[in-house]
Design a protein around this ligand. Sequence first.
Ligand code: ADP
Ligand code: ASP
Ligand code: MG
Length: 808
Amino acid sequence: MKVLKFGGTSVGSVENLLKVKEIIDSQKDDVVVIVSALGGITDKILTMAKTAATTKTFTETEMMEVTTRHMTTVDMLITESEKEEVKMKLQEKLDELTGLLKGVSLIGELTDKTLDRIGGMGEMLSSTIIAPFLDAKWFNSSELIKTDSNFVKAAVNFDKTNALIRNAFVGFKGVAVAPGFVSSNDKNEPTTLGRGGSDYTAAIYAAALNADALEIWTDVDGFMTADPRVIRKAYTIDYLTYSEAMELSHFGAKVIYPPTILPVFRKKIPVWIKNTTRPQEPGTLIGHEKRNENGRVIQGISSISDISLLTLQGVGMVGVAGISMRLFTCLAKENINVILISQASSENSISVAVPSSVAEKAEKAVNDGFEFEIANGLVNGVKVENELSIVAIVGENMKESAGIAGKLFNIIGKNGVNVRAIAQGASELNISWVVKTSDLRKTLNVVHEGFFLTSYKELNLFLVGIGTVGGNFLQQLKQQQEKLFQQKRLKLKLVGVANSKKMLFERDGIDLENYASLLKNSERVSNQKEFVNTMIEMNMFNTVFVDCTANETLPAFYYQILDSNISIVAANKIAASSAYQNYKLLKDTAVKRGIKFYFETNVGAGLPILSTIKDLTNSGDQILKIQAVLSGTLNYIFNTISKDIPLSKAIAMSKEAGFAEPDPRIDLSGKDVVRKLLILVREAGYEIEEDEVVVEKFISPELFTGSIDQFWNGVKDLDEKFEALRVKMETENKKLRFIATFENGSSNVSLQAVGSDSPFFDLEGSNNIILFTTERYNEYPMQIKGYGAGAGVTAAGVFSDIIRIANI
Ligand code: ADP
Ligand code: ASP
Ligand code: MG
């Protein structure tokens, strides 16, 4: 004998009921089939009852909908010869329901007792159709399952129930159908087993009949590592122990109603969770023995929302015996279910988590119970915090592994989630903790990602600036996205994007094929502050803010961003070259928050310069001297000037080629190189401010103070001087290079003429070169050389910073 339970979705449509029939027809054993109400019906009739009570009206049309839903199912599934009889039985029950609802509307009151009579109707109706559809004998669970009179969530009397069920099934062969959820008390008044209780009904039958197996047929492939509606990456767990399943369901995994496990656990009856629409999937087996085939320490994560935390605190509690006992007695008297308990080791506070629906009642109960202590200042009274959720990780193997809690809270902390209370069962089967409900989704995501490595890693990107660098980056991202996912299990998702006009956000990811038009049509006008605030409010996990602008004001938000546990990748140099104090604050905040602030492209575009400095210094080396040509634009200009191309034309060409800064004066004044040198020196571990860099300008300062047009006109006057210089260089076989130097604590940038023996002599196009003289690379400095400007390589540098954050 097997017991199979089909949930609301499984019996909720004609299509699925046909699948149920296939499953039942393929059974070799005798079977008991427990059914839920047709999907959505329980909710509907309970809402009708509540509305009837509050508005004192009975809505005929709503009742018609319920009637039609059932009658249509009969029309579609029941043979002609049986139709009339089935419809008659249904009508009787529907009339009873109508009578009950009308009664409620007349008196405007709804007791739990009436609620149970009404609520159980869904299963009575569905089983009335499904029994003849499966050619099965109908059994009345309402008579066979006996409970106390705790309406809405009655407790089962197993002695009576087992006897009644066994008696009813003596000599039974074939297929039986019985309604789930319903039961009755000793006075034969209808009770129910609590919402979701049909699973429990099935377990009760299985235990009473010593079934060989209990199968819970539902709308997912099995018990999953997390709720698949929240965690898309959740996957099916092949095996769980009873204890693990019990803990996970107790902490909110809706796939199984928590009390279900106990009756089958006592009898060691194996439980299967299977998908009605995909019966070929293996599903989850829940059993007695501990297995560890997959070697995982944590099996799953679950959560409960609408939680309040009550904290009792005060000096008068330290070392006083019996405080917790009194606290729990106060709560128990009011029938309040405590979900989590946490006591600080100093013993001066105890926190309990309760459902928010009873928080007020609990608060009053505790304040009354501790009236004396509160009046005498020994206890502060109860502090109540609302809008909280409990999250739990569960796994039997936690017992044998150290460091789980450390890893867990490290992951959570890194993502900026504040933990309000923690509890670990002495069995070490679960760790549970309380977070703000607004942090719940993020918590589940980061913990799932941290503990279930077989899955993929996800990064949520918010990009500002889609000009040459940003646009190129998105192009590269589009090309690489699928490959990174397939080969590196990394999902890079663009969640927010902005240019100077519009901004756009999409939690599930913006389509990279159409981002430009989507952005153009977005209703949200671009605003830096709002962009940052929206990003923070979206509170997603593994978030990276990408600044591909040269904007002066956006970096003012970096601190707030980093302090919200969001990593930053900046192509923008402003922040890293701003006042040292600000640079340091940003770097320190990133370290403190356990996130990243990367700006590799600030120096030498895509060349791995800053990461090399980091590798050198982290491994104990010290950078003694830096010599570098850092301006791709200036190098391009000096390499381009020829007999036919004067300085002014070379500048214009560099802009056209996309090398120059949006305002080329930033390059020509040397400011861009100064910023880069500042960043290099700082990253090498020295404290330096911009005004400490000595700049020998090669173009007179007046040209930089006027308008951009004045600049373009003025620069033409210099063509002659530079042509003379060029000829001189040619005859001396020298080249002009704008060189940045740091040595013995002083920094300068100047235009120099270098001979063919200099490493800077052969430097084509817009290339950059950097020489590091360090303690280890002393006689022969380390060289890094290559493209130092250009949208493509800069975008690639931004891309690789992002990949480094993913740490793959
Ligand atoms: P039924 O109507 O068949 O009883 P339920 O809706 O009660 O189905 O339970 C199945 C649902 O439980 C799934 O659709 C899923 O959304 C939710 N769920 C929550 N946590 C989990 C989990 N860990 N594994 C599988 N499903 C879960
Ligand atoms: N129909 C009931 C409910 O929706 C019981 C169940 O489906 O398990 O709560
Ligand atoms: Mg259910």
